[in-house]
Design a protein around this ligand. Structure first.
Ligand code: ACO
Length: 402
């Protein structure tokens, strides 16, 4: 009998690393994270500075091309993105083919995958011009696709993009404007939306980004690869965490009930975890959470809901947990998802839109990583190995003898 495990050992170096906790799948020059210091850098620039001083489309330029743009470069980039915000009119039929109660993420996976059938002139990945057009198209059209998925789910007519508006304002308008009613975007809400996009723009080799890289390593077209990324992001352990956190804060309901939930989170026999706390990489603090908390304060004050019960519970929970020896010892701090759900809900988004908004933001990260990978002359098809633990070789048994 052949011992397969011995065979593997004899074959030379073979690493077994479930969940890739300590295996680099690529090299990259885009994003750096130092989990112990709570540092996130895009092309070297700290996320806090970008969130405060920059805006989403400028960060997109930085991620895609490696440097901050000059004023002329930024203007050119913004006008190229703006030019592509419309969707092919025929794609409306595609939206209408879904059931009204379809999850917006299901619609987005389908519509983005279908873009390769509508935009043939940007699917040839060997052509740098086509790669560039595909990148711009995806960044430009994602807000329209997400907003239309939402409009369709609530039975309202689609709102076309307005190209005199900035990226975030345009998205808010496409989601919330209704015919025959005036709609003007509040600049504070627009700024908060832009910050949510900026804070989620890239996060190196997370599950959805790794999915995009793996899918594109086979030479698949960019629309198919981004659709794969959206599908991966949909999972509750990835893009769905802010919804889970908001649900938990609502379930806690009032600050008096916090100790009860903290005790549950510490109890190893209870599967409950404090949602919005902890991170695989950040073991000090999540720099995005700090900015998100500030945004939550601004938005709720603007909307006149500073006394929002959920925000009160969130702040009190953060305070108590940070002083608790269990959370301190395990280095569990609020992550980016702790406050984002509160902001999005206050803006009027249903929970089903939280992950689609994450997908709009992360598209630029996926594309930047895809471009980097395609341009690498060493690129190989992604083909992980496995540790086989099944049966060793055996002979087929005829059905009458089983
Ligand atoms: N509440 C209570 N205890 C926790 C929590 C939590 N949120 N997170 C981790 N722990 C404990 C674990 O029970 C474990 O304890 P042990 O050492 O006694 O066994 C220890 O801390 C380490 O936890 P791991 O699960 O090994 O840490 P890992 O790095 O694998 O997990 C994760 C990180 C998945 C984010 C985890 O902290 C968690 O489940 N958090 C809640 C969900 C969440 O907020 N996810 C969003 C992440 S951010 C993002 O995806 C954009």
């Amino acid at each position: 009998v052949v011992d397969i495990r011995k065979l593997y050992q004899q074959a030379g170096v073979f690493t077994y690393d479930p969940g890739y906790t300590s295996t680099a799948s690529c090299d990259s020059t885009i994003t750096f994270i130092d989990g112990d210091k709570g540092e996130l850098l895009h092309r070297g620039y700290p996320i806090g500075q970008l969130a405060e001083k920059s805006h989403f489309l400028e960060v997109c330029y930085l991620l895609l091309y490696g440097e901050l743009p000059s004023a002329a470069e930024l203007e050119d980039f913004e006008s190229r993105v703006t030019m592509h915000t419309m969707l092919h009119e025929q794609m409306q039929n595609f939206f209408r083919g879904f059931r009204r109660d379809a999850h917006p993420m299901a619609i987005m996976v389908g519509v983005v995958g279908a873009m390769s059938a509508f935009y043939h002139d940007s699917t040839d990945i060997s052509d740098p011009w086509q790669r560039e057009v595909a990148s711009i198209r995806l960044i430009a059209k994602m807000p329209t696709i997400a907003a239309w998925a939402y409009k369709y789910s609530v039975g309202q007519p689609f709102v076309y993009p307005r190209n005199d508006l900035d990226y975030a304002s345009n998205f808010l308008r496409m989601c919330f404007a209704v015919p025959a009613e005036e709609y003007s975007v509040n600049p504070i809400l627009s700024r908060a939306m832009d910050r949510i996009f900026t804070l989620h723009a890239d996060h190196e080799q997370n599950a959805s980004t790794s999915t995009v890289r793996l899918a594109s390593s086979s030479g698949a077209n960019p629309f198919a690869c981004i659709a794969a990324g959206i599908a991966c992001l949909w999972g509750p352990a990835h893009g769905g965490a802010n919804q889970a956190c908001l649900e938990m804060l609502k379930e806690i309901g009032s600050p008096e009930r916090i100790p009860e939930y903290l005790e549950r989170a510490k109890d190893k026999d209870d599967p409950f975890r404090l949602m919005g706390f902890g991170h695989r990489v950040y073991k000090n603090f999540d720099p995005r959470a700090t900015v998100m908390k500030q945004s939550a304060d601004e938005v709720l004050e603007l909307l006149g809901v500073e006394n929002n019960k959920t925000l009160q519970v969130a702040k009190e929970l953060e305070k108590i947990a940070l002083e608790d020896p269990y959370f301190r010892e395990k280095k569990l701090f609020p992550n980016v998802d702790f406050y984002s759900g509160i902001i999005l809900e206050a803006m009027g988004f249903p929970m089903s839109m939280f992950t689609p908004i994450f997908a709009v933001s992360r598209t630029v990260g996926w594309i930047s990583q895809w471009k980097e990978m395609i341009a690498d002359p060493q690129m190989k098809i992604g083909r992980p190995r496995q540790l086989y633990l099944g049966e060793t070789k055996r002979d087929y048994v005829d059905i009458e003898n089983r």
